[in-house]
Design a protein around this ligand. Structure first.
Ligand code: B4P
Length: 192
Protein backbone atom coordinates (compact mmCIF):
# COMPACT_ATOMS: atom_id res chain seq x y z
CA UNK A 1 0.00 0.00 0.00
CA UNK A 2 1.13 3.54 -0.82
CA UNK A 3 -0.30 5.92 1.73
CA UNK A 4 0.16 9.63 2.40
CA UNK A 5 -0.50 10.97 5.91
CA UNK A 6 -1.65 14.58 6.09
CA UNK A 7 -2.29 16.78 9.10
CA UNK A 8 -1.08 19.83 10.97
CA UNK A 9 2.07 19.73 13.10
CA UNK A 10 1.16 17.75 16.20
CA UNK A 11 -1.79 15.95 14.57
CA UNK A 12 -0.09 12.60 15.12
CA UNK A 13 1.30 11.79 11.66
CA UNK A 14 4.68 10.57 12.89
CA UNK A 15 3.12 8.76 15.83
CA UNK A 16 0.63 6.87 13.67
CA UNK A 17 3.08 6.24 10.83
CA UNK A 18 5.34 4.33 13.22
CA UNK A 19 2.45 1.99 14.08
CA UNK A 20 1.26 1.68 10.50
CA UNK A 21 4.74 0.58 9.46
CA UNK A 22 4.36 -2.49 11.68
CA UNK A 23 0.81 -3.11 10.53
CA UNK A 24 1.43 -2.75 6.78
CA UNK A 25 5.05 -3.97 6.72
CA UNK A 26 6.14 -1.10 4.47
CA UNK A 27 8.70 1.61 5.28
CA UNK A 28 7.76 4.84 7.03
CA UNK A 29 9.24 7.73 5.09
CA UNK A 30 9.18 11.00 7.02
CA UNK A 31 10.64 14.04 5.27
CA UNK A 32 11.01 15.68 8.69
CA UNK A 33 13.09 12.73 9.92
CA UNK A 34 15.19 12.65 6.73
CA UNK A 35 15.88 16.36 7.19
CA UNK A 36 16.67 16.01 10.91
CA UNK A 37 19.13 13.20 10.06
CA UNK A 38 20.83 15.45 7.48
CA UNK A 39 21.06 18.25 10.05
CA UNK A 40 22.51 15.89 12.67
CA UNK A 41 25.06 14.54 10.17
CA UNK A 42 26.03 18.08 9.15
CA UNK A 43 25.67 17.33 5.41
CA UNK A 44 25.56 20.36 3.05
CA UNK A 45 21.82 19.83 2.73
CA UNK A 46 21.47 19.68 6.52
CA UNK A 47 23.43 22.88 6.97
CA UNK A 48 21.09 24.61 4.51
CA UNK A 49 17.94 23.21 6.14
CA UNK A 50 18.82 23.77 9.81
CA UNK A 51 17.87 27.42 10.33
CA UNK A 52 14.71 27.18 8.21
CA UNK A 53 13.52 24.19 10.24
CA UNK A 54 14.30 25.80 13.58
CA UNK A 55 12.28 28.87 12.63
CA UNK A 56 9.28 26.70 11.68
CA UNK A 57 9.44 27.43 7.93
CA UNK A 58 9.46 24.98 5.03
CA UNK A 59 12.71 23.79 3.50
CA UNK A 60 12.94 24.49 -0.26
CA UNK A 61 10.86 22.26 -2.51
CA UNK A 62 13.84 21.25 -4.64
CA UNK A 63 15.88 20.01 -1.68
CA UNK A 64 13.02 17.99 -0.23
CA UNK A 65 11.96 16.49 -3.56
CA UNK A 66 15.51 15.37 -4.38
CA UNK A 67 15.82 13.76 -0.97
CA UNK A 68 12.44 12.05 -1.30
CA UNK A 69 13.10 10.73 -4.79
CA UNK A 70 16.34 9.16 -3.63
CA UNK A 71 14.49 7.49 -0.72
CA UNK A 72 11.53 6.23 -2.78
CA UNK A 73 13.86 4.58 -5.26
CA UNK A 74 15.43 2.35 -2.62
CA UNK A 75 14.36 -1.30 -2.98
CA UNK A 76 12.50 -1.46 0.35
CA UNK A 77 9.93 1.05 -0.96
CA UNK A 78 9.12 -0.96 -4.08
CA UNK A 79 6.09 -2.64 -2.50
CA UNK A 80 4.66 0.41 -0.79
CA UNK A 81 5.37 3.09 1.80
CA UNK A 82 3.83 5.45 4.32
CA UNK A 83 4.70 9.01 3.46
CA UNK A 84 4.63 11.38 6.44
CA UNK A 85 5.21 15.14 6.14
CA UNK A 86 5.11 15.31 2.36
CA UNK A 87 3.51 16.99 0.42
CA UNK A 88 3.33 20.25 2.36
CA UNK A 89 2.23 22.56 -0.45
CA UNK A 90 0.63 22.28 -3.89
CA UNK A 91 3.97 22.36 -5.71
CA UNK A 92 5.07 19.32 -3.69
CA UNK A 93 1.72 17.55 -4.28
CA UNK A 94 2.08 17.91 -8.05
CA UNK A 95 5.74 16.90 -7.93
CA UNK A 96 4.80 13.77 -5.97
CA UNK A 97 2.17 12.79 -8.54
CA UNK A 98 4.72 13.21 -11.31
CA UNK A 99 7.33 11.20 -9.41
CA UNK A 100 4.92 8.36 -8.61
CA UNK A 101 3.76 8.26 -12.24
CA UNK A 102 7.39 8.07 -13.34
CA UNK A 103 8.14 5.13 -11.07
CA UNK A 104 4.71 3.57 -11.80
CA UNK A 105 3.59 3.52 -8.21
CA UNK A 106 0.35 5.50 -7.97
CA UNK A 107 -0.79 6.51 -4.52
CA UNK A 108 -3.62 4.48 -2.99
CA UNK A 109 -4.95 6.78 -0.29
CA UNK A 110 -4.32 10.05 1.56
CA UNK A 111 -5.36 10.09 5.22
CA UNK A 112 -5.87 13.41 6.94
CA UNK A 113 -5.83 13.63 10.74
CA UNK A 114 -8.01 16.45 11.99
CA UNK A 115 -7.14 18.01 15.39
CA UNK A 116 -8.21 21.40 16.79
CA UNK A 117 -5.51 24.05 17.08
CA UNK A 118 -5.47 24.37 20.89
CA UNK A 119 -4.85 20.64 21.22
CA UNK A 120 -2.05 20.78 18.62
CA UNK A 121 -0.33 23.50 20.64
CA UNK A 122 -0.61 21.54 23.87
CA UNK A 123 0.73 18.31 22.28
CA UNK A 124 3.72 20.13 20.78
CA UNK A 125 4.52 21.98 23.97
CA UNK A 126 4.39 18.61 25.76
CA UNK A 127 6.90 17.21 23.27
CA UNK A 128 9.10 20.30 23.67
CA UNK A 129 9.48 19.39 27.35
CA UNK A 130 10.25 15.75 26.64
CA UNK A 131 12.40 15.87 23.48
CA UNK A 132 13.63 19.48 23.34
CA UNK A 133 13.18 19.75 19.57
CA UNK A 134 14.21 23.28 18.52
CA UNK A 135 11.14 23.67 16.30
CA UNK A 136 8.75 22.91 19.19
CA UNK A 137 9.50 26.30 20.80
CA UNK A 138 6.34 28.46 21.14
CA UNK A 139 7.43 30.88 18.36
CA UNK A 140 8.33 28.07 15.94
CA UNK A 141 5.07 26.24 16.68
CA UNK A 142 3.08 29.42 15.90
CA UNK A 143 4.93 29.76 12.62
CA UNK A 144 4.49 26.07 11.72
CA UNK A 145 0.75 26.27 12.34
CA UNK A 146 0.38 29.36 10.16
CA UNK A 147 2.50 27.78 7.41
CA UNK A 148 0.20 24.75 7.62
CA UNK A 149 -2.95 26.87 7.23
CA UNK A 150 -1.54 28.85 4.31
CA UNK A 151 0.37 26.22 2.39
CA UNK A 152 -0.55 22.70 3.48
CA UNK A 153 -4.32 22.95 4.04
CA UNK A 154 -4.89 23.42 0.24
CA UNK A 155 -3.22 20.04 -0.29
CA UNK A 156 -6.18 18.43 1.50
CA UNK A 157 -8.55 19.82 -1.15
CA UNK A 158 -6.16 18.67 -3.84
CA UNK A 159 -6.51 15.07 -2.62
CA UNK A 160 -10.24 15.46 -2.01
CA UNK A 161 -10.59 16.22 -5.72
CA UNK A 162 -8.81 12.98 -6.63
CA UNK A 163 -11.37 10.96 -4.63
CA UNK A 164 -8.58 9.35 -2.59
CA UNK A 165 -8.93 11.31 0.65
CA UNK A 166 -10.05 9.91 4.01
CA UNK A 167 -10.57 12.67 6.62
CA UNK A 168 -10.38 11.25 10.12
CA UNK A 169 -10.80 12.58 13.64
CA UNK A 170 -7.28 12.72 15.13
CA UNK A 171 -8.51 13.32 18.69
CA UNK A 172 -8.47 10.44 21.15
CA UNK A 173 -5.87 8.00 22.39
CA UNK A 174 -3.11 6.85 20.01
CA UNK A 175 -4.85 3.43 19.88
CA UNK A 176 -8.24 4.93 19.06
CA UNK A 177 -6.84 7.01 16.20
CA UNK A 178 -4.88 4.01 14.91
CA UNK A 179 -8.03 1.88 14.76
CA UNK A 180 -9.80 4.62 12.77
CA UNK A 181 -6.97 4.68 10.24
CA UNK A 182 -6.85 0.90 9.89
CA UNK A 183 -10.60 0.84 9.24
CA UNK A 184 -10.36 3.65 6.66
CA UNK A 185 -7.60 1.96 4.68
CA UNK A 186 -9.01 -1.55 4.81
CA UNK A 187 -9.76 -3.09 1.38
CA UNK A 188 -13.17 -2.29 -0.04
CA UNK A 189 -13.61 0.80 2.13
CA UNK A 190 -15.02 3.68 0.10
CA UNK A 191 -13.11 6.94 0.39
CA UNK A 192 -13.44 10.35 -1.18
P1 B4P B 1 7.81 17.01 10.77
O1 B4P B 1 8.86 16.11 11.28
O2 B4P B 1 6.93 16.49 9.68
O3 B4P B 1 7.01 17.52 12.07
P2 B4P B 1 5.48 17.59 12.56
O4 B4P B 1 4.59 18.19 11.51
O5 B4P B 1 5.52 18.24 13.88
O6 B4P B 1 4.93 16.16 12.76
P3 B4P B 1 5.40 14.97 13.70
O7 B4P B 1 5.09 13.80 12.85
O8 B4P B 1 6.78 15.09 14.16
O9 B4P B 1 4.54 15.03 15.02
P4 B4P B 1 3.25 14.22 15.49
O10 B4P B 1 2.14 15.01 14.87
O11 B4P B 1 3.26 12.77 15.24
O12 B4P B 1 8.48 18.38 10.18
C1 B4P B 1 9.43 19.14 10.91
C2 B4P B 1 10.00 20.26 10.01
O13 B4P B 1 10.73 19.69 8.89
C3 B4P B 1 8.98 21.18 9.31
O14 B4P B 1 8.53 22.23 10.15
C4 B4P B 1 9.81 21.68 8.09
O15 B4P B 1 10.70 22.72 8.45
C5 B4P B 1 10.61 20.48 7.69
N1 B4P B 1 9.94 19.68 6.66
C6 B4P B 1 9.45 18.40 6.81
N2 B4P B 1 8.88 17.97 5.66
C7 B4P B 1 9.00 18.99 4.77
C8 B4P B 1 8.57 19.17 3.43
N3 B4P B 1 7.90 18.21 2.78
N4 B4P B 1 8.84 20.34 2.81
C9 B4P B 1 9.51 21.32 3.44
N5 B4P B 1 9.94 21.23 4.73
C10 B4P B 1 9.69 20.08 5.39
O16 B4P B 1 3.30 14.31 17.07
C11 B4P B 1 3.36 15.48 17.80
C12 B4P B 1 3.17 15.23 19.29
O17 B4P B 1 1.83 14.83 19.54
C13 B4P B 1 4.05 14.13 19.88
O18 B4P B 1 4.56 14.53 21.10
C14 B4P B 1 3.10 12.95 20.07
O19 B4P B 1 3.47 12.12 21.15
C15 B4P B 1 1.80 13.65 20.36
N6 B4P B 1 0.65 12.85 19.95
C16 B4P B 1 0.48 12.22 18.77
N7 B4P B 1 -0.71 11.58 18.74
C17 B4P B 1 -1.33 11.84 19.93
C18 B4P B 1 -2.60 11.47 20.51
N8 B4P B 1 -3.51 10.70 19.86
N9 B4P B 1 -2.90 11.93 21.74
C19 B4P B 1 -2.02 12.71 22.42
N10 B4P B 1 -0.80 13.07 21.95
C20 B4P B 1 -0.45 12.65 20.70
Amino acid sequence: MRLVLLGAPGSGKGTQAARLREHLQVPHISTGELLRAAVAAGTPLGVQAKSVMESGGLVSDDIVLGMLEERLLRPDAADGFILDGYPRNLVQARALDALLAKIRQPMDIAVQLDVAQDLLVSRLSGRAHVEGRADDSPEAVRKRLSVYEEQTAPVVDYYRNTGKLACLDGVGSVDEVFIRIVEAISPGKDVG
